[in-house]
Design a protein around this ligand. Structure first.
Ligand SMILES: NC(=O)c1ccc[n+]([C@@H]2O[C@H](COP(=O)([O-])OP(=O)(O)OC[C@H]3O[C@@H](n4cnc5c(N)ncnc54)[C@H](O)[C@@H]3O)[C@@H](O)[C@H]2O)c1
Length: 251
């Protein structure tokens, strides 16, 4: 399948994990890809790998999604290079596991600013350009934590809960401009982010207790859903949250 021939796809947090798998998926289907993240070296290494594998155009931009000045610089770059964006994957995010009583103000601000404000800033900047073109697709990265709470993740849960409603709000406001906005809400996906957080023993116990399909997910399984929602197969879907969790929320 090559559903995205020459489409201009911007993926935040595209150097690692789900964002990287997503860049590969779009590149493999003919898209031109711009990946952004905070570490330039890692970004370049990922871009090189994807260019070599798929012969695709892969641009990089080093930035912090929580900083408006960085978002403005990134938009100037993408407008200069491409003249616009067809598909935005608002993917960048961080997580910490901490008991509620121990969360500091700094940590709260860090998680909310990167996960929630970051999607607002990038989403608004890109949507303004899409509105001029009267078309576009935006997909926000949520999580099952945006639908139900998880112990010791108050800041993360709050940020992802915000994203669930940010998605629906954006979908309502942007529908008149021909822009669809949806959200992907994964459960437990093994990536550098999750691998750093839990022991193998914890993961096995978690699977047994909570995941009906009996395993964790992989980044490619989330990338496939991003790609579906970005494709014309999803042309009548907007304001929706698609859960990708091996059945966890079915309980
Ligand atoms: N791994 C999971 O189990 C899981 C589950 C649900 C949702 N998610 C969400 O998926 C997204 C990607 O997670 P992942 O597991 O692939 O993580 P990861 O740590 O492997 O990758 C995160 C990416 O985001 C980038 N990033 C982080 N902070 C940034 C910032 N301030 N500005 C720009 N880029 C930044 C990183 O550079 C990296 O490229 C996150 O939004 C996360 O909340 C992950």
């Amino acid at each position: 399948m090559r559903r995205f021939e020459n489409k201009r796809v911007l993926i935040t947090g595209g150097s690692l994990g789900i964002g990287k798998a997503t860049a590969e998926r779009f590149a493999s289907e003919g898209a031109r890809v711009l990946i952004t993240a905070r570490r330039a070296e890692l970004l370049e290494a990922t871009a090189r790998e994807i260019r070599e594998k798929y012969g695709a155009e892969v641009l990089t931009f080093q930035m912090d999604v929580s900083k408006k000045a960085d978002v403005d610089r990134m938009m100037a770059f993408v407008i200069e290079k491409w003249g616009g964006v067809d598909i935005l994957i608002n993917n960048a995010g961080i997580a910490y596991t901490e008991p509620f009583l121990e969360i500091t103000e700094e940590r709260w601000d860090e998680v909310i600013n990167i996960n929630l404000k970051g999607q607002f800033l990038v989403g608004q900047a890109v949507a303004r350009e899409m509105a001029k073109a009267r078309s576009g697709v935006i997909i926000n990265m949520g999580a099952t934590n945006g639908l139900v709470g998880e112990l010791h993740y108050a800041h993360y849960n709050a940020s992802k809960g915000g994203i669930t409603l940010l998605t629906k709000s954006m979908a309502l406001d942007l529908a008149p401009y021909g822009i669809r906005v949806n959200c992907v809400a994964p459960g437990y996906i093994v990536t550098p982010l999750s691998a750093g957080m839990d022991s193998e023993e914890f993961v096995q116990e978690y699977i047994k207790k909570y995941i009906p399909l009996g395993r964790t997910g992989n980044p490619e399984e989330v990338a496939a859903v991003y790609a579906f929602l970005a494709s014309d197969d999803a042309s009548f879907i907007t304001g929706e949250v698609i859960v990708v969790d091996g059945g966890q929320l079915a309980f």
